[in-house]
Design a binder for this molecule. Structure first.
Ligand SMILES: NC(=O)c1ccc[n+]([C@@H]2O[C@H](COP(=O)([O-])OP(=O)(O)OC[C@H]3O[C@@H](n4cnc5c(N)ncnc54)[C@H](OP(=O)(O)O)[C@@H]3O)[C@@H](O)[C@H]2O)c1
Length: 258
């Protein structure tokens, strides 16, 4: 695939910087084909990466532009991206709004998560414009630099998944807190409760990297022991409904827009 120039507006932020580092490290983009902009124009990239304080200059020098600024910062952004392929990482900003504000006819919305840092993000993406097969493959490969990725069939999938996979470590962190707090109430010393919960959330999560989670539940239920009793209690209290409502609450914010 021919060398494309990638510009990342907000490429010094949490997500933008991790993506920039990943595309460079994987060799997907050469340093002299990467441009970064932010408001200060300062960064810690190596000398070959061009860092600009002028977003329009970045747009003009780039084949593909990634928008990695916060939704509220988008209101202040003034770029003319006509004729460019634009990839927005912003939650809650519809493709039509981005297209109207920037003039870009090819707008992709993508939703990575904080695990870009460790190249373990799942990134759904949606193409709201005319995208060639070659461009599709390029977008997929871009997000595979930070983990796995899937093109989704409609824009609502992005709003829903913003509240599911876009939340990254939030759900396991919430489970960790619930496990620690309930163990402390049950009389377990706090430091021990924290280590125990860490083992569940982090150690257990790593084990699931090589196991099918649903088969794991079936296998543990089949023991009919301590774990099965705890899992059955969660099922009886409709954990799936609680989780489903939580994701819908987040998705409603994404659909309403920010
Ligand atoms: N973090 C996550 O886990 C996550 C997950 C899914 C989606 N997202 C989405 O990803 C986007 C970025 O999030 P983030 O967490 O990476 O935010 P962040 O760390 O705050 O980064 C924002 C970046 O944008 C730059 N910036 C702000 N206004 C700008 C402007 N007018 N022109 C150029 N650069 C500008 C900032 O640098 P200066 O201040 O120096 O200008 C900074 O580098 C958000 O839209 C968010 O919805 C984030």
């Amino acid at each position: 695939m021919p060398n494309r120039t990638l510009g990342i507006i907000g490429g010094t932020g949490w997500l933008g910087r991790a993506i920039a580092d990943a595309v460079l490290e994987s060799g997907f983009i050469a340093a002299d084909c990467l441009l970064i902009s932010n408001r200060s124009g300062s960064s810690t990239f190596g000398p070959d990466v061009r860092v600009l304080a002028d977003n329009q200059a970045l747009v003009e020098l780039s084949d593909v532009v990634v928008l990695s600024i916060r939704p509220e910062q988008f209101r202040e952004l003034q770029i003319d991206a006509r004729g460019k392929r634009l990839i927005s990482l912003m939650a809650g900003v519809p493709a039509a709004t981005i297209s109207a504000a920037t003039g870009a006819q090819v707008v992709v919305r993508a939703m990575p998560n904080a695990a870009v840092e460790i190249r373990q993000s799942f990134t759904p993406w949606y193409n709201a414009g005319e995208l060639s097969e070659q461009d599709r493959e390029w977008v997929q490969r871009l997000f595979e630099c930070v983990g796995s990725a899937d093109e989704v069939p409609n824009e609502d999938c992005i709003d829903y998944l913003s509240a599911l996979s876009g939340t990254g470590p939030a759900f396991p962190a919430m489970l960790y807190r619930a496990l620690v707090e309930s163990a402390v109430v049950a009389g377990i010393p706090e430091a021990i409760a924290q280590r125990a919960a860490h083992g569940v959330v982090v150690g257990g999560g790593q084990l699931l990297a090589s196991r099918d989670p649903l088969q794991m539940i079936d296998a543990l239920m089949a023991y009919r022991g301590v774990t099965a009793a705890a899992l059955q209690s969660m099922a009886d209290q409709h954990l799936d409904a609680i989780v489903g409502q939580a994701v819908q609450a987040g998705a409603a914010v994404a659909r309403r827009g920010m």
